[in-house]
Design a protein. Structure first.
Length: 146
């Protein structure tokens, strides 16, 4: 199926994995779905790594807020090609961010109990760190009088 909708390499790879093979690959700013935002993520990753360098942690997880217009454009592509089973852009971006943060910081990714959640707010173009609390339990034993 030939498409006249311009898509970047990231969006093409997501869709191509499920059968939409012939689409026009364009330079990042002209992508119909993401408008080139995926290629610009590396600026936010640099900011996140500089913020993470000030904190001690062993496990982290990336989370994102995706602009609603990107989700709407993605739904348009889904309805045009009946491609309801390809991975959503949010899942793709989270995996990309997890992989990049893991390689740059040399720490593991944990979905269940991360020490830090790195929130990438794409509509506001900001990075926020959510540090999860550390609970230490102990017992008090009174061994002497006084």
């Amino acid at each position: 199926m030939q498409s006249k909708i311009p898509l970047c390499k990231h969006c093409v790879n997501r869709i191509r994995s499920r059968g939409l093979l012939k689409v026009e690959v364009v330079e990042p700013p002209a992508c119909f779905i993401c408008m080139g935002i995926i290629d610009k993520l590396y600026e936010l990753i640099d900011e996140a790594v500089s913020k993470l360098s000030e904190i001690e942690y062993s496990k982290l997880k990336a989370a994102t807020r995706i602009p609603s217009d990107i989700v709407e454009r993605e739904d348009t592509i889904r309805s045009l090609y009946n491609a309801e089973i390809y991975p959503p852009i949010k899942m793709y971006v989270n995996k990309l961010l997890d992989k990049e943060l893991s390689t740059r910081t040399n720490c593991s990714i944990s979905s269940t109990a991360p020490d830090i959640i790195v929130l990438f707010d794409l509509p506001l173009w900001t990075v926020t760190l959510q540090v999860n609390p550390l609970f230490i339990s102990g017992r008090y034993l009174k061994l002497a009088r006084n």
